[in-house]
Design a protein. Structure first.
Length: 97
């Protein structure tokens, strides 16, 4: 189970100091890069000015979704395998998707 192993590896050490799935953003980003080869693929602004980011590795296909609050604490939301970069166009109105 790759997802569980990834979460356990990321959460070991300093990450658990901020909470069960959270740590300072720089610690999380460094761990995703060094342990999984993941880099930021996309980002957006969520509720309460939280930054939502998707990290992924083109080599291994692993991916991780994080949420960072205004204090700079980043929490893991989800992770998995088989990441694919897509840029789909919107469907034409009146035609089935």
């Amino acid at each position: 189970m790759m997802i569980g192993a990834a979460a356990l590896a990321i959460l070991s050490g300093p990450l658990s100091a901020q909470g069960r799935n959270c740590a300072p953003r720089d610690v999380v980003v460094e761990r995703l890069a060094s342990a999984y080869g993941e880099s930021r693929q996309s980002m957006g602004l969520g509720a309460n000015n939280a930054v939502i980011e998707v990290f992924a590795s083109a080599t291994s296909g692993t991916w991780t979704i994080t949420v960072t609050n205004v204090r700079g604490v980043t929490c893991l939301v989800a992770s998995g395998q088989a990441f694919e970069q897509l840029a789909e166009a919107l469907p034409i109105p009146g035609q089935d998707a």
